[in-house]
Design a protein around this ligand. Structure first.
Ligand code: CUA
Length: 192
């Protein structure tokens, strides 16, 4: 077979090194691909927009609504806001071996999230809702780290993620009576 690089290069040694560098690039690309497939890494692909300046006025990302919720099928949805310099709520507790969907929105600038030793990682782009679907096979304390430079406090922007054994997990749901009482108080305060 005629060497396709003969047209651009006369020197045989140079052509050999062109081939060697191309093969090295493909081998490295292949290793990255195998690593990604082997560790079940995949780019988050949720495209859903939101007005980042009015997160507190949306139902889903209002302060009272953040945190862990159980879905009808037993899976969990965790709603969070990323803002300089923290994730809210700052402590999340989920059970092991349970499908968890994180829905995270930024209230200001570009943030990211990475949970070391798991496949949970995503950019959090203002104006979009980031979704991470995962589950945590191993119970333990994990860190929820911001991995996109977002300002001077970037390196202290992190949350705690506690994964507890599935049998020990109790979802704390705020009691409706308390909420109503609080709501009445609020109205009372407001009228004064
Ligand atoms: Cu948020 Cu870095």
């Amino acid at each position: 077979m005629r060497d396709p690089f003969r047209a651009i290069c006369d020197d045989e040694l140079e052509r050999r090194w062109i081939w060697i560098s191309l093969i090295m690039a493909f081998v490295m690309g292949g290793i990255l691909g195998l690593y990604a497939v082997g560790n079940n890494l995949h780019p988050p692909s949720n495209v859903e927009t939101i007005d980042s300046s009015r997160l507190h006025l949306t139902e889903e990302f209002a302060e009272d609504n953040l945190g862990v919720k159980e879905n009808d099928d037993g899976s969990l949805t965790v709603t969070m806001v990323a803002a300089r310099y923290g994730f809210f709520p700052p402590v999340i507790e989920v059970p092991s071996d349970t499908p968890v969907k994180f829905r995270i929105a930024s209230a200001d600038v570009l943030h990211g999230v990475h949970v070391p030793f798991t496949n949970a990682t995503s950019m959090i782009v203002p104006g979009y809702i980031s979704e991470i679907n995962t589950s945590f096979p191993t119970a333990g304390k994990y860190s929820f780290l911001c991995n996109e430079y977002c300002g001077l406090g970037h390196d202290s922007m992190w949350s705690r993620l506690n994964v507890v054994p599935k049998a020990e997990f109790i979802l704390v749901v705020p009691e409706p009576e308390e909420e109503e009482a609080e709501a009445e108080e609020d109205v009372g305060d407001f009228q004064i």
